[in-house]
Design a protein around this ligand. Sequence first.
Ligand code: MLT
Ligand code: ZN
Length: 467
Amino acid sequence: MATNDDQQRIRKLALTCPELHLSTEADVLQSHGQDWTRFREPAAAAIAFPDSIRQVQDLVRFAEQNQLPLVPSGGRTGLSGGAVAAAGELVVSFDRMRHVLEFSEIDRTVVVEPGINTATVQQLAADKGLYYPVSFAAEGSSQVGGNIATNAGGIRVLRYGLTRDRVVGLKVVTGRGELLDLNRGLVKNATGYDLRHLFIASEGTLGLIVEATLKLVDPPVPGKVLLLGIDSMDNLMRVFAQLRSRLELSAFEFLTDRALHHVMNANRLPAPLSSVCPLYVVTEFDCPDEQTESRAMACLEECSAKGWLVDGVISQNQRQMKELWRYREGISESISHFPPYKNDLSVRVSRVPEFLRRMNRLMNEICPEFEVVWYGHIGDGNLHMNILKPETLDLQAFEARSHEISEHTYALTRELGGSISAEHGIGLLKQPWLDRTRSSVEIGLMKELKKVFDPAGIFNPGKLLPG
Ligand code: MLT
Ligand code: ZN
């Protein structure tokens, strides 16, 4: 809840920065005080909508002097509570800073404000005959500033890497209101510590991202999508290795039969294959000519002959590509109403079969009462494990039970050298478990770094780092 003190500070801010657009309207506090997580009630004191770097700097200086906690907010599609304001904070929304500032054909870069949609950047790149490869289901709503703050991944990481790999320049306002202009779009810059990378994945705890220079790439050659049915994780990995050695894969995603059930149900989709399988893969490969398609078909036949593949379908045109992708991209939304307790785990790709085998055994032992839905970016070792809330359990009791399960999940993830968050971030929800994935020495150093960039501790308090 926002206290009288919080409200007084907001009034003082309005007087100090009269040009800054501030809102305390109930529906804006509600919409901008939360992200897609459903485990915390929003309780922001106000929402600020700066429209220039200068306004962001003035706001931060005020916040530093008046101990006003700030929650940076993008498209609010996060799944770890990183953009939730549940304790009377001021939310800093970048909705008014969404412009394209510059495009360079020679550098193949675009300079944007942080509030621009991911999909708008993709479209801009396409209009210039290029490609922005960060792609995920929430791209129509998510903003580039948030993508950078969480180092967003998505379905094309296998080929193009993460958001980090696209950021060649970053302007950031630190906790003292200073403006850093980092790397300035350079390809090579061997002048010591690359501070840019500290802000990427910092979840808004070190500074506010106010401008980004993004590197675009060649447009992809025409592709085809395969949806495959497979009977075991070992066979899935065999098929992955086989396809990867013969084709240029740009995505390799998996889903279980439970995930397929939910996405079909929610979207009234027909079964994609005539066979029913425990596991499915959606994969895309470059297919510029008929020889490549024949090579793909021969490869699939070989996989079938070896008993690795049960069934499969290949797209024949753009429309079918989109339709096949829906079976993977629609899953998250199809289960969002339960709501799910989301785990965003990663291990090295080679350890995925062992990890999933042991996780399934563990879940059957410790929480047979819950439905667990798996899907994710198996080609890069990132698996989304969603525990669905039964209707009979209230949200609090479900969260408490899910936390008990997390102790076991994270112990196994740690044993296999993995991470408790691959792309969703730590935020508010995973913060109590940061030490399951980072050593105490690392966490100590992270806290020291936080003090350097944000001495007054105003940026996203309570998120990512333990207090
Ligand atoms: C996805 O891969 O679909 C997204 O990360 C969202 C989710 O995990 O639900
Ligand atoms: Zn994902």
